[in-house]
Structure formats: structure tokens, C-alpha cells
Design a protein around this ligand. Structure first.
Ligand SMILES: [Zn+2]
Length: 413
């Protein structure tokens, strides 16, 4: 019998823990009753407010004859490690025997693109007679069910190393040179190891959670080999390789017009820049995008997106662009990527005076243009070439600001 076990919402931003750790521990403990054939780390809608850090859920598929014992082991692991003290931590476990129905996969897509309530998960679980456990509010059953339903047709892999328990909450000590070397040898088969411009190592978190480091890449073999190159400076207590939807842009859905953009979704939308980008205190940059129907929406590049903001600031009204990003409550698109499709290269301007070089003024309605000083005249406006500092290509926020689900630029070209 193939038993699917989904787990979510066991962690706490303040107190640490990590659902991926419980999953890794469970793989080890389930070895007593069977063999884990698949381990998925599934990222869900990154735009919802009550999410824990990365909004990640875990699903394991275990081949076992001892189904009830496997379930007991899973419940015990969650009860032992979930952060029940945190009001925002509401764990859930889902069990499903056999091949998950397509409705579970559809549920995964809803949990990725919109806001799904606990009731909806519960109705679906009851309809299929699936066993589930809710702790406190039990919001975790949403992610747990979605993780079981996730068919990762496009996937990447993550190797995660965990620390010994007594080290949790203490500073991590990874050999930076070994990480740089690993990156040099394995990029782009591994990705987001380092942000060179910000001089930040990205494989180690800065939270009190049990993770020592994680390496993301295109295959299980690649991440396993890459992990061997990292010198950890402390004991690795446990490790795991998850198949995941990270780095796949699975959250983004193309929409054809502004009217279709829903709050909390993640969209791809094509349009024309309709305003001069404005920078507000704090360094956030905003501009208006207009679709083919004349409807406008605000696009934002926030301060953490660093040098990506320079690209956004260089846009001018009339540029054709494709924007990629998460939508907030007020329907502002928080840019993750920006594809410049067609740059505006020229503009119409008043002609310049041949004698003094100054720009002419209008000589009155339908009267053409004239130089106030030299009295020279011209009939029409002239086309002027615009010097542009950006190119017609795809731009992305830097690795340091990239969402787990975002596909790195190197895979998009
Ligand atoms: Zn003149």
C-alpha cells in the first residue's frame, strides 16, 4: 500500500522549527515500517498573510504494509516538534491511501494561486474518505492536502542539512570559500547559492530553525554532489533531498487584462508603461501599467529588490513590457520579473532653432514653431531619438530578493 502523508503549518517565525525538518525526521522514522518513495517540499501561495515564512508544506509517499503504524509515527513526530505555543501555528496532517484523485491536484493549484479556506480542504477530504488531523485551528490541512495533490510536472530539488538539537538558535558557521567553490563548480545546475552583489550567502537561513543549509538544483544527484563540497563547521544531524516546485514559476498565471487580476494571486500581464516611474521615501519604485483595454494597474519594485529598481526607474511611458509578480490586497503587482518587450526609442519634440540651437516655441494654434530670439520658423514637430539605458530583455529581482517559487533568470533564457 502506498500511503501519502501531508504535513503543514508546524513552524513558527519567532520560535524556529521547520516543517521540512519534521518531514526529514519522519523519513528516517518510517524506515521501520516501509520505504519512502517520494518526498515533496511544496511551496504554496506566497501572497497570503497568515503564511509562515516560506509557506512550505511537505508530503511523503511511503510504501508500507503497516499503514496504521505509519500514521501513528507521523502524528507522534508532529506532536513532538510542532510549535504549538505560537498562536499562528496551526498544524495539520492528511493521510491518503492509493493514488490521489485529480481533485487533489486541482486543490493544489487553488492553494498556489488563491486563498483557500480550511472548510474547503475538509469538504474534499471527507468526500474522499481521507483521514486527517487538525491541531488547534488545523489550518495546516490546507497545505498538507495541497502537497499530497501536487503533481510536480516541473520540479527542482533541494538538499537540506539539519543541525544537532543543541545548536538550534546559535550562529551558523559555514566555510564561505567552500560555498563559493561549490557555486562556481555547479551553477547553473544549482542556483541561488550566493548573491554576489549583496555579498550574501543564501544557502543558510538566519532564523533559529534547525536548517544548517539548503542547496537548490535541477536534479537530486546535482544537489547531493554539491552538498558534499560544502564544509559545514559543525555536525550534520540529518539530511534530506526533496523534490519541489521551487524555482519553477508555478505560482504565476498569465492574465490577458487588468480586470482579471485578483488580489493574492500571482500574474503575468502585458501592457504599456503609462506613467513616469516614481520613487517614494524608502526607495520603493512605482509605475502604472495600461492594458489593451485602457485599464491601469500599479506595479511596484520595493526596496529589497535592490538594483532591479534601476531597471524599473529607467522605464518611460510608451514602453511595452510584460510584468511578473504577486498581487497584494490593493491590487498592486509586486514585481518579481520584468520583460522589456519594446522600448520607446523616439519621441516628438518641438524643433530646435538652426541658428542658436534653442528649442522653438509654439507660434500659436496651427502656426508652427518659432525661435523667440532669432525669429526662425518651422512647421512641424520633429522626431528625436531617445537614449535608453535598458535593453529589450527579461530582468529579474536579484537572488537575495527572489521568492522560493521564482524561476531563476538562467532557466528563462
Ligand atoms: Zn534661435
Amino acid at each position: 500500500m502506498l500511503l501519502h502523508i501531508g504535513i503543514d503549518d508546524t513552524d513558527s517565525a519567532a520560535h524556529g522549527m521547520c516543517t521540512t525538518y519534521i518531514g526529514a525526521l519522519l523519513i528516517k522514522r518510517l524506515a521501520k515500517v516501509g520505504e519512502v518513495e517520494e518526498a515533496k517540499l511544496v511551496r504554496l501561495n506566497p501572497n497570503i498573510k497568515y503564511k509562515t515564512r516560506g509557506n512550505a508544506a511537505v508530503a511523503l509517499a511511503v510504501r508500507t504494509k503497516k499503514v496504521e503504524e505509519a500514521k501513528r509515527i507521523a502524528k507522534r513526530a508532529v506532536e513532538e516538534f510542532a510549535v504549538f505555543d505560537d498562536a499562528n501555528t496551526n498544524p495539520g496532517i492528511v493521510f491518503y491511501e492509493g493514488k490521489p484523485p485529480k481533485e487533489f491536484n486541482e486543490f493544489y493549484h487553488r492553494a498556489l494561486h488563491s486563498v483557500v479556506e480550511i472548510d474547503e480542504a475538509e469538504r474534499l477530504l471527507k468526500a474522499y474518505g481521507a483521514e486527517y488531523v487538525k491541531y488547534k485551528l488545523g489550518r495546516g490541512i490546507v497545505g498538507a492536502l495541497a502537497a499530497i495533490g501536487a503533481e510536480l510536472t516541473q520540479a527542482t530539488y533541494e538538499y537540506i542539512a539539519y543541525r544537532t538539537r543543541q545548536r538550534w538558535g546559535t550562529p551558523r558557521n559555514l566555510d564561505v570559500d567552500s560555498v563559493l567553490k561549490m557555486d562556481a563548480l555547479t551553477f547553473p545546475l544549482t542556483f541561488n547559492n550566493f548573491d554576489y552583489r549583496e555579498r550574501r550567502m543564501l544557502i543558510a537561513p538566519h532564523t533559529p530553525c534547525p536548517v544548517l543549509f539548503g542547496i537548490r538544483g535541477v536534479s537530486a544527484q546535482v544537489v547531493e554532489e554539491a552538498a558534499k563540497m560544502v564544509l559545514p563547521g559543525e555536525e550534520i544531524a540529518l539530511s534530506v533531498i526533496y523534490k519541489t516546485n521551487q524555482g519553477t514559476d508555478a505560482h504565476l498565471q498569465e492574465v490577458s487584462r487588468v480586470a482579471e487580476v485578483e488580489p493574492f494571486s500571482s500574474v503575468i500581464l502585458t501592457g504599456e508603461v503609462a506613467s513616469v516611474p516614481r520613487v517614494i521615501p524608502g526607495g520603493h519604485v512605482f509605475f502604472q501599467l495600461r492594458d489593451a483595454y485602457g485599464e491601469e494597474i500599479t506595479c511596484a519594485a520595493y526596496e529589497p529588490t535592490k538594483q532591479f529598481r534601476n531597471v524599473v526607474r529607467a522605464l518611460i511611458p510608451g514602453d511595452r513590457v510584460k510584468v511578473y509578480g504577486g498581487v497584494d490586497e490593493s491590487k498592486t503587482i509586486n514585481l518579481e520579473k520584468l520583460e522589456v518587450l519594446k522600448l520607446k526609442r523616439e519621441r516628438l519634440a518641438n524643433p530646435r532653432c538652426e541658428r542658436c540651437g534653442k528649442r522653438m516655441e509654439s507660434a500659436g494654434r496651427d502656426q508652427g514653431y518659432r525661435c523667440r530670439r532669432c525669429k526662425t520658423k518651422a512647421k512641424e514637430k520633429v522626431k528625436e531619438k531617445l537614449e535608453r539605458s535598458i535593453e529589450e530583455r527579461l530582468y529579474s529581482v536579484p537572488p537575495i530578493a527572489m521568492r522560493h517559487l521564482s524561476k531563476p533568470l538562467v532557466f528563462c533564457l
